[in-house]
Design a protein around this ligand. Structure first.
Ligand code: CTP
Ligand code: MG
Length: 389
């Protein structure tokens, strides 16, 4: 848990069995383009303009697996076991909200590709009106009422109809009161809120917020967000530091006893810093100075892994993951080869992706050849399964 508690929670219900999809596993664990529907839904929550508490409601037997799955993506997510119905699952999510939460959004993991902007719009409308808010789309089919024998009784005026989606947002107290009073099963949260006499307003929904219910829906999702929708970007970063007079070197997130430290505001870990710049540049997120502030006292003396972990988190929040990193150290010392695989293991562990490290000298030429300092050069590849503008 961070010191900062968000005031908005998003309960993502993902505990259903997916009977109509018939994939042989719970629907939220079906993959599209290499990521589960649950992960896609979490990326959408991460893309919200302000940080929200994520509560994932999942099948009880998968709770531990989901905690692992979400660790790199949403490390502060609360994972709870769902119930026998959607309503019971939402209630399980409501039960674990912390005190700071004022606004609750309830979202179906099955609407995995809902744009983050739709979450933002719902929060904004709840804040503006203090009442329930549900995204919806006009109905385009002509709707008939039928009898038990499948005979048409009449045509319903579709101009009065709206097909509603999620996330559905409410002031916390209203949603809790609605759930406390609920007597019958409803298929959405707005119905329960309306049942206790509170108004619910519609805001514009989005076509991409469609619910994956049947195999045809999954095929559509695969077409839109499958392999071909993978976005990949490369980035480059370099960093140079001079050796200081004393101290102990930190490089590639390892300590190097007997080698003098590199000078710098942080620990001077040129390898880590070059990787940070390569990752930020690949994702279009700026550079180490603009993101962390080279003068920021919080990073004075900070080790390289602090920056690397923060960048990984930042990438996850914006829908990116690290595909791989390659970094080369240029300098006379330390002698890198004996610890190359150790450095690769440590860096790969921090970033959750393969990092290859190499080292070279410059044949006695230049500042590196004279042993005055080192340079590191990194390239990084980042990937996203969501369309990135
Ligand atoms: N849901 C849930 N707990 C349940 C039932 C449903 O958390 N006991 C969630 C689903 O995981 C889904 C959302 O509610 O994200 C909407 O439900 P639906 O699309 O009906 O999903 P399933 O119930 O899984 O599918 P089906 O009805 O075809 O079995
Ligand atoms: Mg269902």
């Amino acid at each position: 848990m961070s010191a900062f508690s968000p005031r908005v929670a998003v309960i993502v219900v993902a505990a259903g069995s997916g009977t109509r999809l018939g994939a042989g596993l719970p629907k939220a664990f079906v993959s599209v383009g290499g990521l589960t529907l649950l992960e896609h839904a979490v990326h959408a929550v991460n893309g919200m303009s302000s940080h929200a508490r994520l509560v994932a409601v999942v099948p009880a037997e998968r709770a531990d697996e989901v905690r692992e799955l979400l660790r790199p993506l949403a490390s502060e997510a609360v994972v709870v076991a769902g119930g026998a119905s959607r309503q019971a699952s939402v209630a399980a999510g409501l039960a674990v909200l912390d005190e700071a939460i004022e606004v609750v959004l309830v979202h179906d993991a099955a609407r995995a590709f809902t744009p983050s902007e739709q979450f933002d719009a719902v929060v904004e409308a709840v804040d503006a009106g203090g009442e329930g808010v549900v995204p919806g789309l006009p109905v385009s089919d002509t709707i008939k009422r039928t009898d038990a024998a499948a005979r048409v009784v009449d045509t319903v005026d579709r101009s009065e109809l709206v097909a509603v989606q999620t996330p559905q947002g409410f002031p916390r107290g209203i949603l809790e009161a609605a759930y406390a009073a609920a007597k019958e099963e409803a298929t959405d949260d707005a119905a329960l809120v309306a049942a206790i006499g509170h108004p619910v307003r519609i805001v514009a929904g989005a076509a991409l917020a469609f619910k994956i219910t049947t195999p045809a829906d999954l095929a559509r999702a695969e077409q839109l967000f499958g392999g071909s929708a993978l976005t990949q970007r490369v980035g480059l970063g370099t960093d140079t530091h001079a050796f200081a007079d004393g101290g102990e070197l930190r490089l590639a997130c390892l300590a190097w006893p007997g080698v003098p430290a590199l000078a710098g505001h942080s620990d001077g870990d040129a390898v880590a810093h070059a990787i940070v710049d390569a990752l930020l540049s690949a994702a279009g997120l700026g550079d180490i100075g603009s993101v962390f502030g080279t003068d920021d006292p919080r990073f004075a003396g900070a080790h390289g892994d602090v920056f690397l972990r923060a960048v990984r988190e930042r990438l996850a929040e914006t829908g990116w993951r690290v595909a791989n990193v390659s970094v080369q150290l240029v300098g006379n010392q330390p002698r890198f080869s004996p610890r190359r695989t150790e450095a690769e293991a440590v860096l790969s562990g921090i970033l959750g992706a393969p990092v290859s490290v190499s080292a070279t000298t410059t044949d006695g030429l230049g500042f590196t050849g004279r042993g005055e300092g080192v340079t590191a050069i990194a390239t990084a590849l980042v990937a996203s399964r969501r369309p990135i503008s």
